[in-house]
Every structure is written in C-alpha cells, then in structure tokens.
Design a protein around this ligand. Sequence first.
Ligand SMILES: [Zn+2]
Length: 343
Amino acid sequence: MSRLLKIILIPHKHTSKFKNADRLHFDIVLLLSKKSMNILEFFELFPNEESCRAYFRLVREKEGVVCKKCGEDRHWWLKAKWQWQCSSCNFRTTLRSGTMMESSNLPLMIWFKAMALMSFSKKGISACELSRQLGGKRYETVWSLMHKIRKGMGNRDSRYRLADMMEFDEGYFVTETSKKEHQETKAGRGSNRVQNVAVLAESTPLEDLKTGKVSRHCRYFKMKVFEDHAAEGVDQFLQESIYDKSIVFSDQSTSYVNIADYVDVHISEKSSEETTTQTLKWVHIAISNAKRTLLGIYHKIKGKYLQLYLDEFCYKLNRRYFGEKLFDRLVIAISDNYRYDCE
Ligand SMILES: [Zn+2]
C-alpha cells in the first residue's frame, strides 16, 4: 500500500471556498502525475502562498509523514490548524516540521521560487542573481536559503550508494580562506587554499559489437571534500558510498592501500595519460566540469562551503536526464529530511 493511502484525509465541505481548493487540488494531482513542468507552468500553478502550501502538504503525504515522537506514519489532517495529528500518540506535526524548512520564517512561495530557479537554471544561479529574481530579497537571506536547499540536495544523495564498477580519484579545488583560517595561518587577506575533493563515478565499460571498441558509460557521481590525504578518510568515504560488491578503479596513491579489503576488486594503475582519458575518464570529466561550473557562477568559494556547492553540482549531475522534473524532485528532497539529516 502506498504511503499516501495511509493518510486519512477528511473530505472538504462543498462551500465556494473549498470548490477553489478542490480545483487547486486537482491541478496539483495532475502535476504530481505529470511530474514535469517548465517555468511558465510553475508560475501558473503556484501564484500564491496557498497553492505552495497545498502542494507541499500533498508531497509530504505522498512521501509519508512520520511522527517524530513515536514513528507512526498514519495521521489525521487537522484542516483548521494545517497540521497532522498522529493516529497513535496524538503528537502534532506542522507543515514544515522535520523538513529543511523547519526553522525558516520565509514564505513557502519564496522557497518554491528559489527551488524552481535553482532547478530550471541548468548550471546554477548565484545568490546575487537569485536575490534580484526574488524581487530584491536581502542577499544574506537568499544566500542562507540556497545553502539550506543545497543541504537538502546533499542529504538526498547521501541516501544512495553507488554500485557495480566505479572510478575513484581526487581533484584539487582552489577555495578562499575564511577569516578564522586567515588568522590561524596568518595567510594574506583573501588568500587561497587548495582543497582535496574525492570523486566517485559509476562507470560501466561497454563494447561496440561492430568495432570491438570499448567505451565507458557513466551513471551516478559522489563528491566529498577531504581535510587531508589520509587513508582513513578514503576508507570511510568509500565504505559509506558504495556497496561492498563493487569493483573500484583508481591510480596507485598510498592512501588507497586498504580499498581492496572492503570491495570485491580494486584495480589500481600508475597514473598516465591513458588512466586519465580511459580508466578514470568520468571522474576527470566531472572534476573539470565542477571546477568550470563553480568558478563560472560563484567565482570565489570559501572552503567551508565547498561541500554544499559540490552537493548541488552532483545532485544536478545525477539527475541530468530529469529535465523539467527536477523541481518536483527537489520539493521531495526538501520535504523529507529529518530521518536522514546529517547535521
Ligand atoms: Zn506519534
């Protein structure tokens, strides 16, 4: 039985007010089944706060509202209060409770517009540009909103592990030092630091039956900022990110000595032009695309926020064929986080 069916809905009264609500509900159900929308349809479907709230409620019910207190997933909907009440312990869950929106005072419509503009822009959008698009909302508010959305993206991807064959390597990203780092290292103001980013790419070799030529096809990616080059960090990242039946290709770094202990096969090759263009082709393409995207849009990134920008990059990369469905998926990511939140 789907989780949606477990939610006990109280039927609306047929007053003129609720006729509008029913029509809205109908549009939203259509949207849920269509799961694809462009920016014009977005503004048509979400003209006000009420429409965003109604959609967010439906998404949460479809994904399953879980009681924070007892873990029950069957709820009553308290129409007058816009809250769910646990059918087991009567604990109430508000519309935003337990989601990335929980501590935010911003209207849902601002969240929705930010998520739409972040999903519809293929590469990404700067906080400055988004603040302009949101009618001059304060830069700091928009910047923090975008980071919460990125965090939701990262949380969602952290639920999935990569499988089968994969490429693993590290890339080096230049970031700006924070004020604290600047004081600790006595580095010059605005000085740069090189940060190490581990990258995993699911990569399957496919042979062309006519020519016999083998090429590698990629699926999902993961990126993680490392504080150092120690083998412990590599081991922890890989164990959290992949299934133990995997086959991992990498170069011959000394930090990779333990990989064979926890995967099916570990194949390491000495770094060469061939490993860059063949064996580790997709990780290198992902690293250079990430650098280009981050540099192109955000110019300078502080080290402590690099992971969030990479989370957004990977989230979009992993859903590169979703097209206009990306917004719907993002609302789900934002709505469903407390069981997986890493904070
Ligand atoms: Zn409960």
